[in-house]
Write a protein of this length. Structure first.
Length: 86
């Protein structure tokens, strides 16, 4: 455990940021799952709406440094391909 006051503060801040980042990553995964669920259900309109929302969440995750931009590009491409294949 840290002994210096500034190190203790950094540990507290890291814990808070870690929880926040976990929440953002979970929100991203949930958005992707909603698109996949709509595609599997065969509802194209709902899938397109979920995709539009997911793109916003994914791009936000990149800007916040949660995931790499190439991973998000890959997710968006694969989701869009699934929707177009319906």
């Amino acid at each position: 455990m840290a002994n210096i006051a500034s190190a203790k503060k950094r540990a507290r801040q890291a814990a808070v940021r870690r929880q926040h980042n976990i929440m953002l990553a979970s929100r991203m995964r949930s958005a992707v799952k909603r698109v996949i669920k709509a595609v599997r259900a065969g509802d194209k309109a709902v899938a397109q709406q979920a995709y539009h929302t997911a793109v916003s969440v994914l791009d936000s995750s990149v800007n916040k440094g949660i995931v790499h931009k190439n991973k998000v590009a890959r997710h968006k491409s694969r989701l869009n391909t699934r929707i177009r294949a319906m």
